[in-house]
Write a protein that binds this ligand. Sequence first.
Ligand SMILES: [Fe+2]
Ligand SMILES: [Fe+2]
Length: 212
Amino acid sequence: MSDYQIPRPTSGDVLDLILDDHRLFEDLLRQARRNDVDREAARTALTELLVAHGEAEEEKVYSTLRTKRAIGEHEQEHGKEEHAEINEAIIGFLEAKGTDTDKYDSALEDLATAVNHHANEEEQTILNPAREDVSLDVRKELGVAWATRRNELLDQGCASLEQVKALLHRAEEEGTIASPKAREEADEIEEKAKKEAKEVEEASKEQEKAGD
Ligand SMILES: [Fe+2]
Ligand SMILES: [Fe+2]
């Protein structure tokens, strides 16, 4: 039983409800960092909330915002990609066995980076356009749909290691995020290109020197 009681709102403007959760992410990240609390409980609350929040956004919010032309395909797909990146960071966080190890600290830092980046981008590129282009009535309807799904996922438990791995696998299958192998290959290509660019730069410096 977690010490953290996650609020279960059932209605409201979906934009306000999502922003409330984004604030809660920050609180729970901070709790998970403290050394005078039950970190295991903070970790459970944080990961359950992150998964329920993001899944409910994908299922109930993003597609309607797209139908209403508040966001385009790019914003929707990019939002899903960042959820997958958060899920990947959650896996690393859950795989840290203790809560007082270097592995725990660095996995938490990776997760905080992914969550803060996504919250910032979602607020700027998804929630702001929705505030301008979607009526309050629709936002309230979305509030009920999103909160209902979020609470259902929280009640049934949605962030065991197996569950999060399954979500990441689904994202890879759907092409939302590249497979680890493909990302490794892309990183290698980038590294190689950087190295080559540096060599060209150095060669041209040498030539300049020789010309002086
Ligand atoms: Fe969000
Ligand atoms: Fe999100």
